[in-house]
Design a protein around this ligand. Structure first.
Ligand SMILES: Cc1ncc(COP(=O)(O)O)c(C=O)c1O
Length: 374
């Protein structure tokens, strides 16, 4: 039997991230337990307002997950069955699952090799009469070219939904992503830059009427109690416990993102002589390095070497969307997905999280270096 190698540095470690806050998080949870109400009480509302203020948006609506934030934002923007929504073929599955959940059809387009995100040229080439919206994903924490995408969507009267699940705090010319489009959708999955102790998400927008629809849609489509005004309503609320704990963490998010950036800078400095393609940043952009993704044509061997030395790594994502039958059926694919195909064979995510220690970072650097020396 092959003995499992003990993990020295995991890919992510939300328990370690939360350790220094354990007392405050416990108190926040105990407060909810003691006072209630347990659904849509004061903690959710306070967190929504704090998050919207932090983002520079008008308001926010807390949802049960990041996937549901996308679902509700698409529905709130008037996208429905049979409409087309442009999305990247290289993204987390839930970006496209959300489009399918509401009966809309994805139009899958290639990514820009520099940003790993949708580019305006790819979107422009995919437009058609049934397209109602574009979902731009700020992948790995790096902003998509959102100013150009917003301009294109405005000219073509399309809703622009920003999938900010991986990019809470990323900025373009000092402005946070999630504030450029019709709506910004966030996930508070535990490993995200702002992570809960369970699932959660939210939709942010400056459009009060749109947010009112989203608010109704997360509670059965009700515009008043027991009166369903909007079709497609569901039960998808951020819960009080998560909201109370997220409110403890939100004031720390910018500092936590700074720590991620300084780890990323150390990796960039240490790896720049190795035969690896490293993440880049564009002018005016600040990534929050949700993931630190390198590219190598020896990816599989590097992955195995890291595993054998107790270093966690990940493939984000191993299967492009158009290779997953549960997501791809009926999708329109207007152009070859060349970049998506190529990078899915080369990408590897290295350990990066708020609480990673300097020693752990140096361990990762030394083991990656040994792989290329050998
Ligand atoms: C880019 C992206 N979009 C959407 C989601 C969905 O978020 P959640 O897991 O909270 O539903 C995720 C998280 O996995 C993600 O990384």
């Amino acid at each position: 039997m092959v003995e499992a190698v003990p993990i020295r540095v995991p890919l992510a470690d939300p328990v370690a991230d939360n350790r220094s806050l354990a007392q405050d998080l416990t108190l926040a949870a105990a407060g909810v337990l003691a006072t209630g109400p347990y659904i849509l009480g004061p903690s959710v509302r306070a967190f929504e307002q704090a998050f919207a203020h932090w983002l520079g948006g008008y308001d926010a609506v807390g949802t049960a997950s990041g996937t549901d934030a996308l679902v509700l934002a698409l529905l709130g923007a008037g996208v429905g069955p049979g409409d087309e929504v442009i999305a990247p073929a290289h993204t987390a599955g839930p970006t496209v699952a959300a489009i399918r959940i509401i009966g809309a059809l994805p139009v899958l387009v290639d990514i820009d090799p520099a940003t790993f995100c949708l580019g305006p040229d790819q979107v422009a080439a995919a437009l058609g009469p049934r397209v109602k919206a574009v979902v731009a994903v700020h992948l790995y924490g790096r902003p998509a070219p959102i100013v150009a995408l917003a301009d294109l969507c405005q000219r073509h009267r399309l809703a622009l939904i920003e999938d900010c699940a991986q990019a809470a705090g990323a900025t373009v010319d000092g402005r946070r992503v999630g504030s450029f489009g019709t709506a910004g959708c966030f996930s508070f999955y535990p490993t995200k830059n702002l992570g809960g102790v369970g699932d959660g998400g939210c939709v942010v927008s400056t459009d009060a009427e749109f947010l009112e629809r989203v608010r109704s849609l997360r509670t059965y489509g009700w515009s008043r109690p027991q009166y369903a005004e909007y079709a497609g309503g569901r039960c998808s609320r951020l819960d009080e416990l998560q909201a109370a704990m997220l409110a403890v963490k939100l004031p720390l998010l910018d500092a936590w993102n700074d720590r991620r950036r300084s780890v990323a800078e150390r990796y960039l400095e240490a790896f720049h002589r190795l035969p690896l393609r490293l993440p880049e940043s564009g002018a005016g952009e600040r990534s929050v390095y949700h993931l630190f993704v390198v590219r190598s044509d020896r990816r599989d061997a590097l992955e195995q070497f890291l595993r054998e030395h107790g270093i966690g790594s990940g493939r984000h994502y191993p299967w492009p969307i158009h290779h997953q039958p549960g997501l791809a059926a009926g999708a329109r694919i207007p152009q070859p997905l060349t970049v998506t195909e190529q990078i899915s064979r080369e990408i590897l995510s290295l350990p990066l999280y708020y609480a990673i220690t300097d020693d752990q970072v140096e361990t990762v650097i030394s083991i990656v270096g040994r792989f290329f020396d050998s």
